[in-house]
Design a protein around this ligand. Structure first.
Ligand code: NDP
Length: 451
């Protein structure tokens, strides 16, 4: 049994009932096995054992009062996983499905993703089982304040810098930042994704979607292709999905799907800039459901179906897939459906959206498969750029940030490809991203001793 197999067996035993965490750890350790023989120092310093154990996991009560005057109790989490190469960094997710296992899977992935960005950021993640959907702005504000009332003592610009994720956008970051400032009496870069007027970075809202599209363009270039003229499916209709549509359009592609947790719309004519502006108003201002798009633009709506089910069941031809909603949204069956319907590239905007079976199907069918920790790293990379601007106390213009983002996405792509080739798996971005992300962190864990 390899060391990594033993480590995985212990993880399953020590962290019961956390299948998403097990899934993320298994995928990474499968790749890390390739380093065992070459790097006896990693074995000696027990780097594999240490990297799967969070530095600390904070769980706290979040009591708040709703509009009816009733007391509500939610649970808050912050898992600070690894700070070998920089302060902890990773988003906050507000969604009823949030539990410790989900936050640990996201925090673990964040270690390697942040390392891949080439910027000095450690890995963390946090959130709550609070559901912002259907809540008034005042309820969301009171919740955010209650959440920060505990979180503030664990974070700081040089300690841990949270950001947004599912259910945490500009509104929530604004409320949390305001309350942090009130508690600590400091105007510092303790959160990213801030509004432009109080320390945010241009391109940060766009960065994850733009980044996963840039990553797709890099993968296509290895086969002498470009996005222009290709048909894409995007899932979700939140932050990542919206800016993926925008960038695919700008690069001359056509996006024909969007979804939310209630269903999927298919617009064969393409979701152009005008329709996208309508979606942004629907989702970011009115906070409505994607079903309304079908009524507004007279297109098909599939209630209760994911984008991937609709493509599979309706036999809709696509070239590119950008899963941008949530984990495990593409399973083996829908992965086969995608391949059957012409899809030859998957660039993951969401975190871990493909099950292990789906990943195998993509690799077996020579699909250009960009795993989340590489393809969606543009978001946290631009958060890193926001931190740099906050430290410098200046703001770069749009072009400067976008140029840096593109440079970073190119570097991630190249580093992943190089690592995959160096370890005998040319073209395999899963192996490449895991190894390129890991080696930098592991070297520091050896250099810094057993801490
Ligand atoms: P948003 O909250 O802005 O949007 C999430 C979208 O996904 C919504 O359309 C939502 O629908 C849908 N969705 C969420 N959960 C489910 C579910 N269980 N079933 C069906 N649909 C669902 O989040 P983001 O766009 O920020 O995040 C999307 C993904 O991208 C997540 O995996 C996140 O971790 C990842 N990511 C985000 C980054 C960022 O910068 N924001 C950075 C890197 C990764 P509904 O409104 O109905 O819930």
């Amino acid at each position: 049994m390899s060391v990594c197999d033993e480590v995985y067996a212990k993880v399953v035993e020590k962290h019961p009932g956390q299948p998403e965490f097990h899934q993320a750890v298994k995928e990474v350790l499968e790749s890390l096995k390739l380093t065992e023989a070459k790097r006896p120092d990693y074995v000696k310093y027990k780097v594999y054992e240490r990297i799967v154990e969070p530095d600390r996991a904070i769980i706290f009560r979040v009591p708040w009062v709703d509009d009816k005057g009733e007391v509500q109790i939610n649970r808050g989490y912050r898992v600070q996983f690894n700070n070998a190469i920089g302060p902890y960094k990773g988003g906050l997710r507000f969604h009823p499905s949030v539990n410790l296992g989900i936050i640990k899977f996201l925090g673990f992935e964040q270690i390697f993703k942040n390392s891949l960005t080439t910027l000095p950021m450690g890995g963390a993640k946090g959130g709550s089982d609070f559901d912002p959907k259907g809540k008034s702005d005042m309820e969301v504000m009171r919740f955010c304040q209650a959440f920060m009332r505990e979180l503030f003592r664990h974070i700081g610009p040089d300690t841990d810098v949270p950001a947004g994720d599912i259910g945490v956008g500009a509104r929530e970051i604004g409320y949390m930042y305001g309350y942090y400032k009130k508690l600590v009496n400091e105007h510092t870069g303790v959160l990213t994704g801030k509004g432009l007027e109080y320390g945010g970075s241009l391109i940060r809202p766009e960065a994850t979607g733009y980044g996963s599209t840039y990553f797709a363009a890099e993968m296509l270039a290895t086969r002498g292709k470009e996005i222009k003229g290709l048909v894409a499916a995007v899932s979700g209709s939140g932050n990542v999905a919206q800016y993926t549509v925008e960038k695919v359009n700008q690069l001359g592609g056509k996006v024909i799907t969007l979804s939310d947790s209630n269903g999927t719309v298919v617009d064969e004519k393409g979701i152009d800039a005008k329709k996208l502006a309508w979606v942004m108003e629907l989702k970011n201002v009115r906070r409505g459901r994607i079903e309304e798009y079908a009524k507004e633009f007279n297109v098909a709506y599939y209630a209760g179906k994911s984008v991937w089910e609709v493509i599979t069941e309706q036999g809709i031809r696509i070239d590119l897939a950008f899963p941008s909603a949530h984990e495990n949204e593409i399973d083996g069956k829908t992965a086969s459906g995608l391949v059957k319907n012409g899809c030859f590239l998957v660039s993951e905007g969401a975190n871990m959206p493909s099950t292990p079976e789906a990943q195998d199907i993509f690799l077996d069918n020579n699909v250009l498969y960009g795993p989340a920790k590489a393809a969606n790293a543009g978001g946290v990379a631009t958060s890193g750029l926001e931190m740099s601007q906050n430290s410098l106390r200046l703001s770069w213009d749009r072009e400067e940030v976008d140029m840096r983002l593109q440079k970073i996405m190119k570097a991630i792509h190249k580093n992943a490809l190089d690592a995959a080739a160096a370890y005998g798996h040319p073209g395999n971005y899963i192996v490449g991203a895991n190894l390129a992300g890991f080696i930098k962190v592991a070297n520091v864990m050896v250099a810094n001793g057993v801490v």
